[in-house]
Design a binder for this molecule. Structure first.
Ligand SMILES: [Mg+2]
Length: 232
């Protein structure tokens, strides 16, 4: 019975999950050089850490911030079902936090373009000088120190505060936090990783899929507002 009373906290990756295309990949394709593909391969193979790989990839970008953010805002869109999803969570009193392996300034820029300004976003930061880019690792605490932004810390912190955690993601930096979360929604590379490692997960194509599946779970795992009885 205790599990049925636990509140829920939702965490979502940003690039390729909330967005239709990975913002870092677009920047590297437009303003980097092909060396990023080798770095990516070594990172995925575990030869170098995410912290080393992503920092090296950002160092390949050669453009101004204005040109880069202009291209991102023009070419990358949010999943059209995401605004409705966060509104639904808000009505249910369920907190959602974006945990991004990318750059906070970029994710906030895209969210703002779609009228979303109040969302909690944890990500890395950025320094651009004379068209040279430096990724500044997130100042959130890290568990192992292998990633610029340790997403897993936020999931564990929430669990320790008594929340049942939902994690939504699609890629490499989602593997570690998804392995710790209570309920996982995965697509693309993350879904393949979960399958390969026998990690139980739910498939999704968009946030409406997730909403429908969470609504089924509500009968077993109640949302905050139903626990307090204010809106039950
Ligand atoms: Mg992603």
């Amino acid at each position: 019975m205790k599990a049925a009373l636990e509140p829920i906290a939702v965490f979502s990756d940003f690039d390729g999950t909330v967005t239709t295309k990975d913002t870092t990949v677009l920047l590297l394709e437009l303003f980097g050089n092909p060396a990023w593909l080798d770095i990516e391969e070594r990172m995925l193979a575990g030869e170098i850490s995410e912290a080393e790989g992503m920092s090296a990839e950002f160092a390949l970008i050669n453009t101004s911030w204005e040109e880069a953010i202009g291209a991102i805002l023009n070419e990358i869109h949010l999943d059209s079902t995401f605004p409705g999803f966060i509104a639904w969570l808000g009505e249910a009193g369920v907190p959602i936090t974006i945990l991004s392996g990318g750059v906070e300034e970029i994710s906030r820029g895209l969210l703002k373009k779609h009228g979303i300004e109040e969302l909690e976003v944890y990500a890395n930061r950025l320094h651009v000088e004379n068209n040279r880019w430096t990724l500044i690792p997130s100042d959130r605490p890290k568990i192992k120190g292998l990633c610029n932004h340790c997403k897993t810390f936020s999931v564990l912190e929430s669990q320790q505060a008594g929340y049942r955690t939902v994690y939504i993601g699609d890629g490499f930096t989602d593997r570690c936090p998804a392995g710790k979360a209570d309920i996982i929604f995965a697509k693309d590379d993350l879904a393949a990783y979960c399958e390969l490692n026998s990690i139980e997960f739910h498939c999704f194509r968009d946030f409406t899929d997730i909403r429908i599946q969470l609504e089924r779970l509500i009968s077993h795992i109640r949302f905050d507002k139903k626990i307090t009885g204010k809106d039950a």
